[in-house]
Design a protein around this ligand. Sequence first.
Ligand code: OOG
Ligand code: NI
Length: 456
Amino acid sequence: MNAPTLVSPDEIRHLFAQAMSRMYREEVPLYGALVELVAEVNAASLAADPALAGRLARSDGLDRLDAERHGAIRVGTPRELATLRRMFAVMGMHPVDYYDLAVAGVPVHATAFRPLDPASLARDPFRVFTSLLRLELIADTALRDEAAAILDRRAIFTPRALALIDRAEQAGGLDADEARAFVEQALETFRWHSEATVSHATYQALLSAHRLVADVVCFRGPHINHLTPRTLDIDAAQRAMQARGIDAKAVIEGPPPRRCPILLRQTSFKALQEEVMFPAEHRADAGTHTARFGEIEQRGLALTPKGRALYDRLLAQARETDGAGSTAGDYPARLAQAFAAFPDDEATLRREGLGYFRYALTADGEADRAAVAGLTADAAIEAGLVRADPVVYEDFLPVSAAGIFQSNLGGDEQRAYAAQANQAAFEAALGGPVNDAFAWYAQLEQASLDALGLTR
Ligand code: OOG
Ligand code: NI
């Protein structure tokens, strides 16, 4: 009997990421222009800093430098989220962390589906930030019920996609033909539809509840709303966008520019106003909808809980000054000033336990492995036997995500919801727990120490 040859989930994710990129470039040509701009900026960064390539190769893979790092979608119901979890699992993507955005005035909570194994991340790092609408935050109960009824009627997965998810779960994977069909079918869920499923009047009512509610409820499915390639110099990329007359968001989200990058910095071009048709009794109404944009990101050191607490405190300090959040003109200066208190050299970041590092042998260490085992990490580094490379942050930042949402909803509303974060409700909808990012980074670091026989 011939056992079927299964395609690895990593390969399926890689095919999927490529297909999404092709589809989105076709759907949003400005996104294609952004990808080209980023490739130019990255090439210039590498040319200007010959040592950069070596550092990247050690920490974050130089391969696929220009490939998309993430995308984002927004779904409406627990059932949609639970099925997405199963769909992403076929591609080796699992939910990591819980993000509450209600505190920032966006009526969703979210997770990111991403690879967990470092080798899988290296093969293709593609991940999807996935938000679930919190309908209970719509104050008008009649409108809330109407939104729920609309969402209840839609089917965002093709029957064949559902059948292939079942198949993958039963057989432990997909063969090459099934994998190809799966990617093709999965793509349908994330495609843009320029016809709304509701009348213009219903759209307007949902829009005034919150612009995001209209985006989630009024269309056939959770269209991909952005993709995000990685840049090696986000400040240069932001300037290049502005120089080309691309309507970039006012500020870069996340930490200020630093010698040792930490966490995640992001910016985007603002969402486009796109023509949409609304079904009406005798003819279709024309209108516009604003949802889709292009984003770029630059990643740095993953912070420990201690480092993250410091980050959150300094960020809050920079944003607090005049209540204007990150939109005021002097924000970059305030941010830089606040972050003067965050150590900016790798040795200190490591010694003070602010970031996660991966330990590896130097050439001297390779030559004398036996001398390494049993040493403390500090002593081994001191002796020149071991090197500590920063672990790259692979997740998201709720304050930044809210900033990205806000600048792309086409309005400037800044209401916060009084609602509490509700991870339990999110996980119930998801059909399982989210992975804890801190535990994941800590385990990566520990495994690198254990492999060399180092102690702390
Ligand atoms: C998601 C925004 C969050 C990010 O990079 O922080 C996000 C959305 O607008 O749906 O993608
Ligand atoms: Ni994003």
